[in-house]
Design a protein around this ligand. Sequence first.
Ligand SMILES: [Zn+2]
Length: 509
Amino acid sequence: MRTVSRPIALACLLATMGCPEPDGELVNDEPTFAEQITESALMDHLTSLQAIADANDGNRMFLSGGYLDSVDYIVQQLEDAGLEPVVETFDMEEYTLNTAEVQVNGEPPAGLEDINFSVFELSGQGTVTAPLSAVSVTIPPSGGANSTDSGCESADFDGFPAGNIALIQRGTCTFVQKVDNAVAAGASAVVIFNEGQQGRRDVVEGQLDGGIASIPVIGVSYGTGRAMVEAANLQLTIAIDATISVTTDRNIIVDLPGGDPARTVLVGAHLDGVEAGPGINDNGSGSAFLLELAIQMQDQGIDPTNHVRLAWWGAEEEGLIGSSRYFYDDNGEPNDANLSTLDAYLNFDMLASGNGVRMVYDGDGSDFDDGVDSDGSALIEEMFEAYFDEQGLATRPEALLISSDSYWPALLGIPTGGLFSGAFQPKTDSEEDDFGGDEGTAHDPCYHQACDTIGNTNPVLYEELAQAGASVIVDLAMREEAFPSGNTRRSTRDLPKPRGCHDHTVWDR
Ligand SMILES: [Zn+2]
């Protein structure tokens, strides 16, 4: 079933373009709106972002000169198009680990003479000396990865002596859930050891979301953890010295003219990159698409039914931070001021992957059972599919709960969709059949590397995805009918780890 108005229906609204005769024939072959988004304009913006990275130590990472220059470029271009962008600042904590020490008090048992460990990112700091108490560990693990659930339930801590260090095994739930339960049980620090199966035996490393933990959290290998479990009356000293500073970062928001503000379509792309490289595909590509979309909607004088707002998010690569500050308030509660008028969110993160494919976020949950499918998200997916069908272009689904800025609106029950051309995953045999390129090579062979330059991009794929995005966004902007509803709100703790795009470790378990 097609519920989608076709690009021609939009073109008809534009004074400069052809309209169908009653028999459905075009009176001329003026381009559709989507065709106004051209490869050359997109690549010009990428050239500018490349020059910005080149002038700033080769990157555009959060809080860097390259990021600030990227913000200036987008703002200037929007202003030149007659728009009024707003740079919204937000605070973010920057965590720097200075020193860390872990030692056994007294004579160390065999295997614990010299403890190799990691400090979890966002670990609390301080010096703790206390006995260790193992929390429902399974040694050896009796099943595959994520078969043990040490510390996942508060009941695991029944009888836990407050003030002790909790010794917890990796598996099943997120690190942060284990740490939260340990804090609630009065633990003075947490040692997380690897689960023990093949591939899960090294020193475990991780990151804690939800801000800085109140107690030190370190990771050790399975072997070290097992030795700690087996040692009697073990006391540890854990000393973590970290500096936490509050800094200010930026999102850019622009409201396109017109449309009912009570029915807003929000389109987002993260503007920041990683430290390793210029971030031209990830995510100069999504950023430049949004910019060109804004310019062309202005140029073509599109007068939408629904309001269109565009957002360039900061600090996505640090854990989806800029977008989280839009969707949540200062207390971490859903920001209803921004959410109540939001009919749909579309995300564009990596559109020009060198060995890429055309991926559409799976809104109806038919391919990825992420627990966030809805009628609204299904409609967006269907609109993308209808567009690509008409163009004769193959697609494949990608999880809606991808690790990108769309994670928050999907969680918050907003109809969500988007496009993606692939990151570090190798191209499969069937993808090579459908999309060309090289089987076995990553969709983006330069993902998060110094070589994510303009030479890393696939301009043809980029234009295809950008035009698909433009077509669906304008169709949504012109939509008269009420928008189908989204999913019910979910909490971050009751969902599986997001898949795909960015390999944030925030959700690892
Ligand atoms: Zn990205």
